[in-house]
Design a protein around this ligand. Structure first.
Ligand code: BJW
Length: 263
């Protein structure tokens, strides 16, 4: 579906969201794997196409899995790095970056809180970004704190598992199941959610905590909550607006409305 084929109902919802957005100075956006689906990066939990259909999350996205077989986990990340290196931002990423500029140009605040590790929001031009689950292009020595992360953009990797110059084994700078998130990121994300006047939850199954708590927290503190997702989630019935469409279609429609009205 492209924006030309969007239904009248979707266009009307986009218009209503744009009307509401115009009244809001503090906007926070939570994104998940669905935002990057149209860039060719598989999501996690979708039937048939999701990564967890083919891979065991306990073995590949947990510390225990990494300890048991670091090379196996690194092979999976190396494959995903190769896929992501060929992926480009799609119209959904681009619309968010443009929306941020519009809002900031008027003195407002606009932040993308992403669960994605693929760097595509930054590539699209978003500037205020919180990467809750890390970044696939960064690594750190096993057992080292978050602030020891550094860029390792060699792709594909020559050595698996990779090591630093002191011979220490490196791990992807991402957050696995059972691991704490970077406390600074977590605090910043919740602070944005409680202050937001408009909170958008886009392309996420709203199934993985603590990120999944953010839209509910925003709603509890009075934000208007918008969900963009072709499928229903736990959030859908709590959302003030639910746009059942791909983000690469729905976000440009909202942006068109904002621009048309000179926002
Ligand atoms: C489209 C679309 C299109 C398709 N347009 N949409 C309660 C409270 C707190 C914690 C827990 C709790 N219960 C359980 C926990 C523990 C656990 C958890 O949440 N488990 C759940 C499965 C229940 N959480 C954790 O372990 C977290 N740590 C933590 O809580 O620490 C404290 C603690 C420690 C010990 C014990 C207890 C607490 C860490 C979570 C880390 C998640 N890591 C991963 C991997 C990251 C690295 C990597 O990518 O390799 O993060 S797992 C995976 O899920 C990845 C994602 O960021 C995350 C969320 O997935 P997402 O983005 O929502 O993707 P999908 O596939 O689920 O959904 C895609 C959606 O897009 C779908 O809805 C589609 O319909 C839609 N879509 N195309 C728009 N074009």
């Amino acid at each position: 579906m492209d924006t030309n084929n969007a239904s009248a109902a979707l266009r009307e919802l986009a218009r209503q969201v744009a009307d509401k957005a115009r009244e809001c100075r503090k906007i926070a956006v939570l994104t998940g794997a669905g935002v990057s689906a149209e860039s060719g990066i598989p999501t996690f939990r979708e039937a048939q196409t999701g990564l967890w259909e083919r891979y065991d999350p306990v073995m590949l996205a947990s510390v225990d899995g990494f300890r048991a077989d670091p090379a196996n986990v690194w092979k999976w990340y190396d494959e995903r790095r190769q896929t992501m290196s060929k992926s480009r931002p799609n119209p959904g990423h681009e619309a968010l970056a443009t929306w941020e500029k519009l809002v900031k140009g008027q003195g407002g605040a606009f932040t993308v809180i992403t669960q994605n590790i693929d760097n595509l929001h930054r590539q699209a031009g978003s500037e205020s970004i919180i990467e809750m689950h890390g970044n696939i292009w960064y690594v750190r020595p096993v057992d080292a704190p978050f602030n020891e992360a550094f860029l390792l953009d060699e792709c594909p990797l020559v050595e698996i598992p990779p090591r630093d110059e002191r011979g220490r084994m490196l791990r992807p700078h991402v957050v696995w199941f059972g691991e704490m998130l970077d406390p600074d990121n977590l605090e910043a994300a919740f602070s944005l959610a409680v202050q937001a006047e408009l909170f958008l939850s886009i392309g996420t199954s709203t199934a993985v905590y603590p990120a999944a708590a953010l839209p509910f927290e925003a709603k509890r503190r009075g934000a208007v909550v918008v969900e963009i997702n072709p499928h229903e989630t736990e959030l859908t019935r709590f959302a003030d607006f639910s746009l059942a469409a791909p983000s690469g279609v729905a976000l440009p429609l909202i942006l068109d409305q904002l621009r048309a009205d000179g926002a």
